[in-house]
Design a protein around this ligand. Structure first.
Ligand SMILES: Cc1cc2nc3c(=O)[nH]c(=O)nc-3n(C[C@H](O)[C@H](O)[C@H](O)COP(=O)(O)OP(=O)(O)OC[C@H]3O[C@@H](n4cnc5c(N)ncnc54)[C@H](O)[C@@H]3O)c2cc1C
Length: 426
């Protein structure tokens, strides 16, 4: 079993190129284009398209995909190292062809799409010619997707969809939707729903309102679907398999968010350190104050621990484990992520004083990102339950009234084990 932390020198060259490219070409885009990423905007075409072309020419486009889908097939570990760099910039994933929710939707289409569905929806999505939306959550049921009420009823050769969706990111400018709806209400909860592909131009799809976060443009839609008719063949995967299809996009997606969050937290830590050695108070550097040192040390250690968990999970995924097998790891990554990012961003904000709160600094936005990450793809509580349940499932209860590890019993066993040797040596 090979084991180590060294990066292959050939791949390190790619990482170095990505690092320079992100710093010089991509990070400045965040300052000019801000939160916007309308692919039809002339500014997007002028500024982003040429960078995407450079990434394609370098062979680094959509690295999360396997070679048969036009990706590099690098695997999760290398992807983690790439994401740790491109995650520094909001435009990083867009320039590298790996932005959510499109990347997860592409994974799903690749895994479950028919050849026709792939041609019609996956190919333009991979080329970033269109944007897509994933509509699962509903106003009455977020953390518990078995509560969804949107229905899809087969009427001759067409499915007819009715219902409401909530927090459907990018719905207002998506070209098509992946929507989950109840098709078999009499089945058990995880077999009731199916996934569908719906072109955005289909009549009956309405955005009631877009919601945004503090300081961000509104892109998360409350939607109403009224008698939306689509051909029978727009079912994605098998009937009743909605949960299986949804799961395919969530495992990888959660990991990719985590990999990019490492980049954000690292950048907060770097800024914290620069400020600590630059600012003087009480006649000395801020960084000489022990409580400031504690904030720096705790941030570094927390981030390294989190990174190890992410890399271990990526390594396991590259070594024959499916996301389903790895759900304990993925869930742990999912709930540790917001805590680490929130802690490091908050310490960085505090060490910058009033300046840290202003819009000149990224820390408030990072803290907001931490909250987003603690909710999107399932709240932290639900993931903690998953980890604990998995651990407890494997644990046998003690046979008697007292724990199996009472010291006097362990001692008696240990003495019995070594008795012969002890007697011989006496
Ligand atoms: C940035 C962002 C983007 C999103 N994009 C999409 C998207 O594109 N498509 C889509 O379909 N959805 C999307 N969502 C919705 C997301 O999946 C839901 O927000 C999430 O599943 C939680 O649902 P909810 O917001 O309705 O919270 P609720 O279900 O109302 O839960 C509220 C709170 O209750 C507590 N809670 C809930 N369940 C449990 C439990 N089992 N144990 C203990 N405590 C619990 C938690 O504190 C939780 O935060 C997005 C959300 C965010 C924040």
């Amino acid at each position: 079993m090979a084991w180590g932390f060294a990066t292959d020198p050939q791949f390190q060259k790619e990482l170095d190129w990505i690092d320079g490219f992100v710093k010089d070409e991509v990070e400045p885009l965040d300052l000019v284009l801000g939160a916007e990423h309308d692919i039809h905007d002339p500014r997007f075409k002028k500024l982003v398209r040429p960078l995407q072309k450079q990434v394609q020419e370098r062979g680094l486009w959509a690295c999360h995909l396997n070679p048969e889908m036009g990706g590099k097939g690098f695997g999760q570990l290398k992807l983690a190292l790439i994401n740790e760099v491109i995650g520094r910039s909001r435009f990083g994933p867009i320039v590298f062809g790996a932005q959510a929710p499109d990347s997860g939707n592409a994974d799903v289409l690749a895994a479950f799409g028919t050849p026709d569905q792939k041609k019609l929806y996956l190919e333009p999505l991979l080329a970033n010619e269109v944007v897509s939306c994933f509509a699962l959550t509903e106003p009455q049921g977020g953390a518990d997707p078995t509560m969804i009420e949107t229905t899809a009823i087969l009427d001759g050769n067409e499915w007819v969809i009715n219902g409401e969706k909530w927090f459907a990111s990018n719905a207002s400018f998506a070209s098509f939707f992946l929507i989950m709806a109840v098709t078999d209400p009499d089945e058990r909860p995880h077999r009731r729903s199916s996934m569908f592909i719906v072109p955005a131009a289909t009549p009956g799809i309405e955005v009631i309102r877009d919601y945004g976060f503090y300081g961000h443009i509104p892109t998360h839609a409350h939607m109403r679907w009224t008698n939306v008719r689509i051909p029978a063949e727009n079912l994605l995967g098998s009937r009743g398999e909605g949960f299986v299809v949804a799961q395919e996009r969530l495992g990888g997606g959660r990991m990719h968010h985590a990999m990019r969050s490492i980049a954000l937290a690292q950048s907060a830590l770097d800024k914290m350190c620069e400020r600590a050695v630059s600012r003087v108070t009480k006649g000395d550097q801020l960084g000489k104050m022990q409580m400031v040192q504690a904030a720096i040390a705790e941030s570094w250690a927390q981030l390294r621990q989190f990174r190890l968990l992410v890399l271990e999970t990526a390594w396991l995924a590259d070594n024959g484990h499916s996301w389903k097998d790895l759900r304990r790891n993925v869930s742990a990554v999912k709930f540790v992520l917001p805590q680490v990012l929130q802690d490091v961003a908050s310490r960085a904000l505090q060490i910058h004083g009033s300046l840290g709160l202003t819009d000149q600094m990224p820390f408030a936005s990072m803290a907001m990102t931490a909250y987003k990450m603690g909710l999107a793809d399932g709240p932290s509580e639900v993931h903690k339950v998953t980890v604990a349940r998995e651990l407890l499932k494997e644990t046998k209860p003690a046979e008697g009234r007292f724990p199996s590890y009472m010291r006097f019993e362990q001692e008696a066993k240990a003495y019995a084990k070594f008795q012969g040797q002890l007697e011989r040596s006496e």
